[in-house]
Design a protein around this ligand. Structure first.
Ligand SMILES: Nc1ncnc2c1ncn2[C@@H]1O[C@H](COP(=O)(O)OP(=O)(O)O)[C@@H](O)[C@H]1O
Ligand SMILES: Nc1ccn([C@H]2C[C@H](O)[C@@H](COP(=O)(O)OP(=O)(O)O)O2)c(=O)n1
Length: 680
């Protein structure tokens, strides 16, 4: 996840490959409970890993289900008619999708249970569900405030005789979760008679009830409904595990990648975008986004659990076709259409979207503001938005997109980075995507591509102990960029040579270069690996630094490490530190900094650094060593240490680390085209 103040998306040109989207939360918890009530073992694939699914799994274990977890696959052996373990105290965190259905199920299974949660959970109503269960004859007591958790189910002597002859009445206008809870639990009581549930008041969120019904069907329970007001569970219903079930990915999250496939040409010989985790047979309402994308020109195929999207042929599906659409059935995914409209010929109108006004933010106003920043003409009304793309390529503008703490604004505007003008797009507060898709930008970068020259590189070169590594790492972190410690490559090469018995001398140049070419090096979680050895500490000694300096003077070794260094230039950008980043490796980098400090200052910094790591050192020796290293690095024949012609020199002898970092970031901001953008 990107926790930076903003993320700058370079101009993107193509996209292809496969993405695996995170599972839907509502489906995950429904499937877990149904598996727990069923006969047999259910293998659940692609379960969403989140706090809410965690409390459900813990609860199911407590009541006696066998739960084996292997990554995102979970095996659950259900109760299948057995009594649950009781008494038990269950903690439900803040998971409404666990609290409500478990209350109903445990009330109908028998036993003594206490269900509680975090303080916020004790403010979330459950009275309508408890009323319905009490009406049936269940004994449920509030342990705190009436109408709210925590509560106790007092069925130590088994489930009392239930009043099933009359329809069970439940309100449907507060939360559809109460009805979902009853629908998932009442099959437990369906002996010789049908069970009828009547909804009191207008039922809200019907697509979620549709999900409940579909999942019940997968577990062998057929529920008929009349106009979403009366639901009938057939007599003799029994939960039966389907054996294996895949949790669908979130269909709204899929909309960004469907749009991506619709607006991009393919890259690298691959064809289109494949989405794993949600398919054309999806039970989620937002899958209808596919129809809208097709109407705009996307070529979408799919099967169970997968979708494939390709841009239409020129003149047929590309540029996209403008649409005029009632979006009431896909309110969340429709935001993606508003950004797709930037790539359409003509004006796109999205209607019947009044609910946008009362979501995470006023989404109609937010979309209108941000689309205008990109150069679009936007008209907005109480319940519609009308988008006309920039008339000419030169009418596009580089914009810093404000995201209003709204995950969907952040995700859909990332698609603007494919603009034909080749302009970057800044997305402010990118971490807001965590609500539904923490790794959204990582997923985008895994399929998106652009010309290498578009991927920005900041070079920070300079002599030893000038603070290059420290400053470069901090700048990379603030911008969400990758980080290349090129010195580490030479340090590792020197170590590998010595371990292979090769003294670092010119006569071994070819053999050391051959070693460098195939260096089995990996950077993982702050550690550096050479093959199966963790060499993080071994390469950081002063001796290793001196050996690195020696090995780096061998031209063939330098040549052998070029490709490896270039391979770090990946989306969304790179900060590279070393001696020749700006002069040799990334000569076209848009910002080159030559970081230096006086020899006295650098010797003292290195001294403090070594002492703090528990090494003994003398300032005088260190200063002599670093001056010797400066001399060798500056006078060698190939890629000597010197500022690039277009480098900005920063002497940080009198600066703190933070000041040095701020200076580099300020230089970077000056080079960005975004008007009035957020500062890092
Ligand atoms: N103004 C400063 N800028 C950067 N580093 C500094 C500064 N002042 C002290 N240091 C310290 O100097 C030491 C050497 O920095 P390092 O990044 O290892 O240098 P280099 O990569 O250039 O060899 C580190 O312990 C760092 O914290
Ligand atoms: N791009 C680079 C990076 C390092 N080197 C060489 C020269 C340096 O003395 C050694 C060690 O570099 P490193 O940046 O790790 O060393 P310091 O942290 O500056 O002491 O490698 C190089 O020649 N070119």
């Amino acid at each position: 996840m990107y926790s930076t103040a903003f993320i700058d998306l370079p101009p993107l040109q193509a996209a292809a490959g496969e993405v695996h989207l995170p599972g839907s939360k509502s489906i995950s918890n429904r499937v877990l409970l149904l598996a727990a009530l069923s006969n047999g073992t259910t293998t659940v694939h692609d379960l969403l890993a989140s706090d809410d699914t965690r409390v459900m799994l813990d609860g199911l274990r407590q009541i006696g289900c066998t739960v084996d977890e292997a990554g995102s696959t979970v095996h659950i052996t259900g109760l299948g008619g057995r009594a649950p373990q009781s008494p038990a105290k269950l903690f439900m965190g803040n998971a409404g999708t666990a609290m409500r259905p478990l209350t109903a199920a445990l009330a109908l299974l028998g036993g003594e249970f206490e269900l509680s949660g975090v303080p916020r959970m004790h403010e979330r109503p459950i009275g309508d569900l408890v009323d319905a269960l009490r009406q049936l004859g269940c004994q449920i007591d509030y342990l705190g405030n009436d109408g709210y958790p925590p509560l106790r189910i007092a069925h130590a002597n088994g489930v009392p005789a239930l009043a099933l002859a009359e329809p069970i009445r439940v309100r449907g206008d507060v939360s559809s979760q109460f009805l979902t809870a009853l629908l998932m639990a009442l099959p437990l009581a369906a002996g010789t008679q049908n069970i009828v549930i009547d909804v009191v008041g207008e039922l809200i969120s019907k697509p979620y009830i549709a999900i409940t019904l579909q999942l019940l069907a997968r577990f062998g329970i057929v529920v008929e409904h009349q106009n979403w007001q009366r639901f009938t569970i057939a007599a003799g219903s029994r939960y039966q595990s389907p054996g294996t079930i895949h949790v669908e990915a979130d269909a709204s999250s899929a909309s960004y990648f469907i749009a991506l496939g619709a607006i991009t040409s393919s890259a690298g010989g691959q064809s289109g975008i494949k989405i794993q985790g949600v398919g054309l047979d999806s039970i989620q309402g937002d899958i209808r986004f596919v129809d809208a994308a097709r109407a705009m020109g996307a070529v979408v195929t799919g099967g169970p659990n997968w979708l494939h999207i390709q841009r239409g042929e020129p003149g047929q599906g590309w540029p996209l076709k403008a649409i005029d659409l009632d979006c009431n059935h896909i309110p969340d995914a429709a935001m993606t259409l508003a950004v797709m409209a930037l790539y359409a010929e003509g004006t796109t109108t999205l209607r019947n979207i009044a609910s946008w006004r009362v979501k995470e933010t006023d989404r109609i106003a937010a979309m209108a503001n941000e689309l205008r920043k990109l150069g679009a003409t936007v008209e907005e009304g109480a319940d519609f938005i009308r988008v006309t793309p920039p008339a000419q390529v030169q009418d596009w503008k580089a914009a810093s997109i404000h995201t209003y703490d709204d995950h969907r604004v952040a995700m859909c505007f990332s698609l603007a980075a494919f603009n034909p003008a080749g302009l970057p797009v800044r997305i402010e507060d990118p971490k807001c995507v965590a609500k539904t898709f923490p790794d959204y930008f990582e997923a985008l970068f895994s399929v998106a591509s652009t010309a290498t020259g578009h991927i920005p590189v900041i070079c920070i070169d300079g002599p030893t102990a000038s603070g290059k590594g420290t400053v470069a790492a901090a700048v990379a972190q603030r911008l969400g960029y990758r980080f290349l410690d090129s010195g580490a490559m030479y340090r590792i090469t020197a170590l590998a040579a010595l371990r292979a018995g090769l003294a670092i001398t010119p006569e071994h140049e070819a053999r050391i270069a051959a070693l460098a070419q195939t260096l089995p090096v990996r950077f993982e979680g702050g550690r550096v690996w050479l093959g199966s050895d963790d060499v993080t500490e071994a390469i950081r000694t002063e001796e290793a630094g001196m050996n690195a300096s020696r090995v780096s003077a061998l031209p063939a070794v330098r040549g052998a490490l070029v490709d490896l260094q270039h391979s770090f230039q990946r989306l969304p950008g790179l900060v590279a530190d070393g001696r020749d980043m700006g002069t040799v490796i990334f000569p076209d980098a848009p910002l080159k900094v030559y970081l230096t400090a006086s020899a006295a200052c650098r010797a003292e910094r290195r001294y403090k650094q070594l002492i703090s790591k528990g090494f003994s050192a003398s300032i005088a020796d260190l200063r002599a060593d670093l001056e010797a290293r400066d001399a060798r690095d500056s006078t060698r024949s190939v890629a000597p240490l010197k500022p690039a012609q277009d480098a900005l020199v920063l002497d940080n002898s009198d600066l703190t680390i933070e000041q040095a970092v701020e200076k580099v970031l300020a230089w970077w901001q000056e080079r960005q085209p975004f008007a009035g953008s957020a500062q890092g």
